[in-house]
Design a protein around this ligand. Structure first.
Ligand SMILES: CC(=O)N[C@H]1[C@@H](OP(=O)(O)OP(=O)(O)OC[C@H]2O[C@@H](n3ccc(=O)[nH]c3=O)[C@H](O)[C@@H]2O)O[C@H](CO)[C@@H](O)[C@@H]1O
Ligand SMILES: C=C(OP(=O)(O)O)C(=O)O
Length: 439
């Protein structure tokens, strides 16, 4: 079994470069389906398990895909297939983002129902509400969602009950080829939405207002393959920023974009972390003594839920009590049990986690229950006494390229190893998981 082994105690120093953003590249690749003519060339594509899953999804739709040296080339000009099976959606919920583009291009899409996940139930009702408002019929059965439209989708005014990132992207992509104008109200404002909109516009779409709560899309008849560079990953950048802050380190995060990281910069600043803008990123210097803060996750420009677990690791080191409130996902505290294995003092009350510190963390064997939980456990390992072994690396590989190697290059004692598991232990029946742990 592969593990990441962390021996705590080293301060981080040096420079680390962030990759293209996972949460931008996945919808950007899905958007490529919309181009009926020409080849798209997408740059700064990170080598993530999710990118390979998306590549497989597209290949299955009869789309030509080539991925080399960080560049992803897509040609979707042949007759498209319309089905994304459970095999892919199970691995990665973002596979559902092909529904809007398929519906717009060929009037039909059949996608496996995403189902539950380690961080909550994650329904897709807002995506479907948008497609129905544009005239599509949606049927659910046999574990699939099937959407159809005769002719073109029709522009519509769609109010999202919650500014869902995925629903905003899916509807925005579908609307680019619709007849007439679509207005998405209460749209998500994340930087990744702007990245996707810029790509759509480069392909010939007419999308205005991305990055605000109201997006207007004037439908066009055809989109053509285009070139696009993916924005830097603000969550990967944030993860390294926390690593520096935790270890009283001093690092430069190259590619960290200050405008995308305002809430994190503000909260880390309140904790006493020194953050300054440098030529091509951010310099982060960890203080001797961290102050506690309260954090509430919110849609952008609020504090990102994808940094909640990492900030909890940081709060474990603060002198005093801080409260984290998770408002975006219903069940995103799976890492708390793992932190407890490392001797931490965290109390859960409803949607809040009360973190009292500083904690004298101890190394332990812990499991990455989801992607950001995995990163947070490695961060905790950087300051724990003794050895921390993190398992279930498949989650971490969905969203981080060479996390162990990059930390190692900054001076951390971290390695990724293949550890033999005692055969007798491995053959024991595993207890049934409490929640399905698909993504
Ligand atoms: C690939 C990708 O970009 N993933 C990001 C995206 O996920 P994703 O796009 O799935 O997240 P959403 O913004 O859609 O979900 C936010 C909340 O809305 C709820 N909801 C969503 C859609 C819907 O139709 N109905 C509904 O109730 C979800 O259950 C969740 O509680 O945004 C999340 C919130 O910033 C991030 O944590 C994920 O990293
Ligand atoms: C929750 C995340 O991603 P996804 O929506 O792909 O599961 C994440 O990136 O932290």
């Amino acid at each position: 079994m592969e593990k990441i082994i962390v021996r705590g105690g080293n301060q981080l120093r040096g420079t680390v470069k962030v990759e293209g953003a996972k949460n931008a590249v996945l919808p950007v690749i899905a958007a490529s389906i919309l181009a009926g003519r020409g080849t798209s060339h997408i740059y700064d594509v990170p080598k993530l398990a999710d990118v390979y899953t998306m590549k497989e999804v597209l290949k299955n739709l009869n789309i030509k895909v080539d991925y080399k040296d960080g560049a992803f080339h897509v040609n979707a000009c042949d007759t498209l297939k319309t089905e994304a099976p459970f095999e892919y959606v199970r691995k990665m919920r973002a596979s559902f983002l092909v529904m809007g583009p398929l519906l717009a291009r060929v009037g039909k899409a059949r996608i496996a129902l995403p189902g539950g996940c380690a961080i909550g139930s994650r329904p897709i009702d807002q995506h479907l509400k948008g497609f129905e408002a544009m005239g599509a019929t949606v049927e659910i059965g046999n574990g699939f969602i099937e959407a159809r439209i005769d002719g073109r989708l029709q522009g519509a005014k769609i109010y999202l009950d919650f500014p869902s990132v995925g629903a905003t992207e899916n509807i925005m992509m579908a609307a680019t080829l619709a007849e007439g104008t679509t207005i998405i109200e209460n749209a998500a404002e994340e930087p990744e939405i702007v990245c996707v909109a810029n790509y759509l516009n480069a392909m010939g779409a007419k999308v205005r207002g991305a990055g605000t709560g109201e997006i207007r899309i004037e439908g066009v008849k055809e989109l053509i393959g285009a070139e696009h560079t993916v924005i830097p990953d603000r969550i990967e950048a944030g993860t390294f920023m926390v690593a520096a802050a935790m270890t009283q380190g001093d690092i430069v995060v190259e590619g960290a974009t200050p405008e995308h990281l305002r809430p994190l910069i503000a909260k880390m600043g309140e904790m006493g972390v020194h953050i300054e803008e440098v030529e091509n990123g951010l310099r982060v210097v960890g203080p001797k003594k961290l102050k506690p803060v309260d954090i509430k996750t919110m849609p952008h420009p609020g504090f990102p839920t994808d940094m909640q677990a990492q900030m909890m690791a940081l709060l474990l080191q603060a002198h005093g009590t801080g409260v984290i409130t998770e408002t975006v996902f219903e069940n995103r505290y799976m890492h708390v049990e793992e932190f407890r294995r490392m001797n931490s003092n965290i109390k859960i009350e409803g949607r809040s986690a009360i973190v009292s510190g500083p904690n004298k963390l101890q190394g332990a064997e812990v499991a990455a229950t989801d992607l950001r939980a995995g990163a947070a456990l490695i961060l905790a390992g950087l300051v724990a006494d003794g050895i921390t072994r993190v398992t279930e690396l498949k989650h971490i590989d969905r969203g981080y390229v060479d996390l162990a190697k990059k930390l190692q290059a900054l001076g951390a004692d971290v390695e990724r190893v293949e550890e033999q598991v005692d055969e007798e232990i491995e053959n024991l029946d595993a207890p049934a998981p409490l929640k399905s742990n698909l993504v």
